[in-house]
Design a protein around this ligand. Structure first.
Ligand SMILES: NC(=O)C1=CN([C@@H]2O[C@H](COP(=O)(O)OP(=O)(O)OC[C@H]3O[C@@H](n4cnc5c(N)ncnc54)[C@H](OP(=O)(O)O)[C@@H]3O)[C@@H](O)[C@H]2O)C=CC1
Ligand SMILES: O=C(O)[C@@H]1CCC=N1
Length: 266
């Protein structure tokens, strides 16, 4: 696949790493205005680093946009004359609607929104996908790309704002929980390195157990909570202090913030 990533910052570079490591490219163009910081990527076979978005679009079929919301409009204006029927446009931009993209490049383009997270760098992103009507004909291509780099789910575009919170921001929420667990482990006597190892692998095990068994978390929690034991003591204390409630409220706040990002970038 001939892929271009327009905007190779935190997310764009994570996608690039995933694509390169998983051998998922024929050619890969990486762009940014100041490409000095990513020039080392040009050492990979068939990877090209440039500040020329038009060149990247001409030489590629799949164009992944990973710039800040306020930057996308100008870029679309710059490249729209180069778009042909070979191109599939994939936008990872938070809060930027498909209709806003169509307003610039027209409705007669294959347009897909993708919401990955930075675990795409290690092939473990949960990525949600939505498309315009024409884009439905190419959504399988997007699915194939993102399934190679983790898991994907096709959703209606109206759920993209929620998907951004649950999956894209979500990875940061889980990492904060891992950090808190690490801090507790240190307080309980482990050194910092061991504490993080225990927290990360326990988190991984919890996730794998639910994925492999298909069970509800509470069913698995029931297997751990010995009556009058230490697990239920800890869980109840966490809930008294608002663990679930604060996570839910934080995610709702994150969701509401996306409306502000949309307004800001107009
Ligand atoms: N970070 C994340 O985990 C996630 C981010 N997103 C979305 O992805 C987008 C990117 O986020 P993130 O990677 O964090 O942002 P960054 O600011 O890290 O990256 C944006 C990149 O775009 C480049 N850029 C800016 N203008 C242009 C241009 N005209 N042409 C080419 N490149 C350009 C910048 O480099 P330079 O200044 O050198 O041009 C920079 O490297 C955002 O819209 C965000 O909402 C979605 C899901 C997850
Ligand atoms: O924090 C943000 O706004 C972006 C979108 C989701 C992840 N990072």
């Amino acid at each position: 696949m001939k892929i271009a990533i327009i905007g190779t910052g935190n997310l764009g570079l994570s996608i690039a790493k995933g694509l390169i490591t998983n051998n998922a490219i024929t050619t890969l163009y990486l762009t940014r205005r100041n490409p000095e910081g990513i020039e080392s990527y040009a050492e990979y076979k068939n990877v090209f680093v440039t500040s020329d978005n038009v060149e990247a679009v001409k030489k590629s079929d799949i164009i992944i946009f990973a710039v800040q919301p306020a930057q996308l409009g100008n870029i679309l204006h710059d490249i729209k004359e180069e778009l042909t029927d070979k191109h599939v446009l994939i936008s990872t931009i938070t809060g930027y609607q498909i209709s806003q993209i169509e307003d610039i490049v027209g409705t007669d383009q294959f347009i897909i929104r993708a919401m990955p997270n930075t675990a795409i760098a290690v092939g473990a992103s949960m990525t949600c996908l939505a498309s315009n009507e024409k884009g439905m004909k190419r959504i399988k291509i997007a699915e194939a790309i993102f399934n190679r780099l983790g898991n994907s789910l096709i959703i209606p575009e109206k759920q993209m704002q929620a998907a951004t919170v649950v999956c894209a921001s979500g990875i940061a929420f889980w990492m904060r929980l891992i950090r808190a667990s690490t801090q507790a482990a240190i307080q309980l006597g482990f050194d910092a390195k061991e504490a993080q190892e225990l927290a990360m692998h326990t988190c991984n095990g919890a996730s794998k157990l639910l994925i492999d068994s298909g069970n509800h978390p509470e069913e698995e929690i029931d297997r751990v909570t010995t009556p009058r034991g230490c697990t239920i003591e800890g869980l109840n204390e966490m809930e008294h202090k608002g663990l679930s409630s604060s996570l839910i409220q934080g995610m709702v706040a994150s969701f509401n913030k996306i409306n502000v990002i949309k307004t800001d970038q107009k």
